[in-house]
Design a protein around this ligand. Sequence first.
Ligand code: HEM
Length: 324
Amino acid sequence: MARYYSIPSNLTTIKFCLLFPLLVGMVSAQLSSDFYATSCPNALSTIKSAVESAVSSEARMGASLLRLHFHDCFVNGCDASVLLDDTTTGQGEKNATPNASLRGFEVIDTIKSKLENLCPGVVSCADILAVVARDSVVALSAPIWSWPVDLGRRDSITASSAAVNSNIPSPTLDLSGLINAFSYKGFTAKEMVALSGSHTIGQATCGNFRTRIYNETNIDSSYATSLKSNCPSTGGDSNLAPLDVTSPTSFDTAYYTNLINKKGLLHSDQQLFSGGSTDSIVTNYSNNVGALITDFANAMVKMGRLSPLTGTSGQIRKNCRKAN
Ligand code: HEM
């Protein structure tokens, strides 16, 4: 009898083992890296050259464009909701407090109008954000940092300012808060540390690091002193400092080495190396560029798969700032 009952149970297990990857596959099956191969074959090269041109005019733009994709995907999925302007009926996402310093919207507009001329109504704003993020990283590093971008996302017609506040992690979070914020989106602590490597480029405003440089003790004292000259104890909230003091416009491992040297700019950055469970991950990435390249690329692909609109959901916006 025991054997009899074990047969259906084994079959169930086998069926589950066969079906589970298929079900998971179905979620991403609608996205594919060759989605525009026939409908807009020059889409990717058009985006790449526009990103290269924007980054060569201003290196920081690569950082700003990468951040846009993160802030899009973490708020109701990668649906370009972050790009929608406020409407008469409600505040969009871009003016919510955690998004106040987002930039790069004009670069996306330029790319979108090029693509609308090339293939009207075909390439979504959400896909543009995903490709632009990858091309920005490559423009500030080397082709070895590249990854294949899944495509086929569609654009939302609504944005949620409230969802920004609840989904974008704050720089005041401690390690457990950071781990929770990413775990809520399905990421491990290791993936969170890899994605945080994005802070190897770009800048932050004084209002976001003042408390750290004046009040915290796990900071290199000469580093803190040098930051105070441009970030007074009151005023100057929007003055800038590089997130990676060593090589602010190169996508590399220096961010992690800085953390080991107590030169993380944000409280949340230094939390990744503060005697807790992620110290060893930071040490590994600081010594092992190959591990970071692989883990960062995989985590970016995973981030790009957060709740995309596919099939007939959403729309392909003609103008990334407003629904059709
Ligand atoms: C781990 C949690 C994270 C927190 C708490 C955080 C917080 C911040 C803050 C406060 C700033 C500076 C904003 C300002 O003062 O103007 C910033 C900048 C930036 N963040 Fe994050 N971030 C996190 C993760 C990420 C991730 C996952 C990415 C990308 C995948 C990313 C990419 C960037 C980039 C590139 C910049 C510089 C943008 C520019 O110069 O315009 N961040 N982040």
